[in-house]
Design a protein around this ligand. Structure first.
Ligand SMILES: [Zn+2]
Ligand SMILES: [Zn+2]
Length: 185
């Protein structure tokens, strides 16, 4: 029963959306999405070749929907049947975050012997990586949250080491230009 879904909304639009003539009696009176009449000016289009869904919408409205940023954009607005496989862009983002984390100094296994300034820099770089990627994600996923927790753990480890080295408590968020703060040698 595994009929494979379109791999993207472009794929869906190309192969699974069939225009229906305005005179066809199966066409509903109005578009479910915009509630305008389905006629020559609002082309009726039927979902075809997708298991369990053959709903009809105004073509323009459905194109707008499946190519939107809505989290449910790959499902039928009427019956929620999945229409195409979500692209992997978010997975790509996760992979990028993973690669960025590998460059984080806290992941180096050579923290021993580093100066407080170097530890400070490492902590700040980790927080910057975390902040940058959190801002890039419009919506968090469990995967991203898990990775963020990893970074926070790494930052916490740096903080503990810093406190051990400097003998005083490290600020929750270091200010920029710590170099001028007169750290002990
Ligand atoms: Zn419409
Ligand atoms: Zn449907």
């Amino acid at each position: 029963m595994s009929s494979s879904l379109p791999s993207s909304f472009e794929d869906f639009l190309e192969h699974n959306l069939t225009n229906i003539d305005a005179s066809n009696p199966t066409i509903p009176d109005s578009c479910y999405i915009c509630h305008e009449e389905l006629d020559a000016t609002h082309q009726a289009s039927q979902i075809t070749g997708i298991p369990d869904c053959s709903h009809i919408f105004g073509r323009d409205c459905l194109v707008t929907w499946v190519s939107s940023n809505n989290a449910n954009r790959n499902s039928c607005p009427m019956c929620r049947t999945t229409l195409y496989v979500q692209p992997l862009s978010r997975q790509d983002e996760v992979n990028r975050l993973d690669a960025a984390l590998d460059t984080m100094p806290a992941r180096w296994n050579t923290l021993e012997g580093r100066t407080p300034q170097q530890l400070h820099d490492a902590q700040r770089q980790g927080e910057e990586i975390l902040q940058q990627h959190q801002e890039e994600f419009m919506q968090s996923t469990e995967e991203v949250l898990r990775m963020s927790e990893e970074v926070l753990r790494d930052i916490g480890e740096l903080r503990r080491r810093l406190e051990g080295v400097t003998g005083r408590q490290v600020d929750e968020r270091p200010q920029p230009h710590l170099q001028n703060d007169g750290e002990p040698e």
